[in-house]
Write a protein that binds this ligand. Sequence first.
Ligand code: NI
Length: 226
Amino acid sequence: MLIVIPEVLSPDEVKQCRMALLSAPWQDGLETAGYLAADVKKNQQLPLDSPVAKDIGSLIMQRLAQHPQFIAAALPAKMLPPRFNRYEGGQTYGNHIDNAIFNVPGTQERIRSDVSSTLFLSPPDEYEGGELVIEDTYGTQQVKLKAGDLVVYPGTSLHRVNPVTAGMRLASFFWTQSMIRQAHQRALLWELDQSIQRLAQQGSDTAELARLSGVYHNLIREWAEV
Ligand code: NI
């Protein structure tokens, strides 16, 4: 299941992030590529200890921590600090599946990458190509979003970034360990949550809504690891 969450960052915040990112020193994406990814990863990344990455990363984490749709989609247990990449001049990242486990830099902590997210930071008309292509059991989906919009998808998916043939594509990407490990269970909970929200907005019977909401929480109780 692939979920698009619009306007995680406001246009002003995107502008500030882009200015900071453009003035930061970038490194070859190979520095953080695993043995197999090295063949297909041709992009640039901010170093993991970059102060700019830390600043913008914490802004993104703050926004997500208060974002009902992100919380409902990812059901986060813990998150890896956001990372940043840049593609230009034909750069691309071929088909791959992300590592399952990441160390949280500077700590002993490890997280399992149940949920992958990409936050687009360049307006789509500023670059050619650069679609995030995600292959899942429902087929192949191409994503190229407005600056400030986020896509959330299962960490188990095969995915790639098409070559950026003109302009520059800036994005943030990060992984979340979910309280709900299985993607199909997260998908059920997402559907149920969204229906409950819509019924509540339509002023449906509150007693029945309370029962449905109880089912939602009982499923979480059944499935969650905390
Ligand atoms: Ni990836």
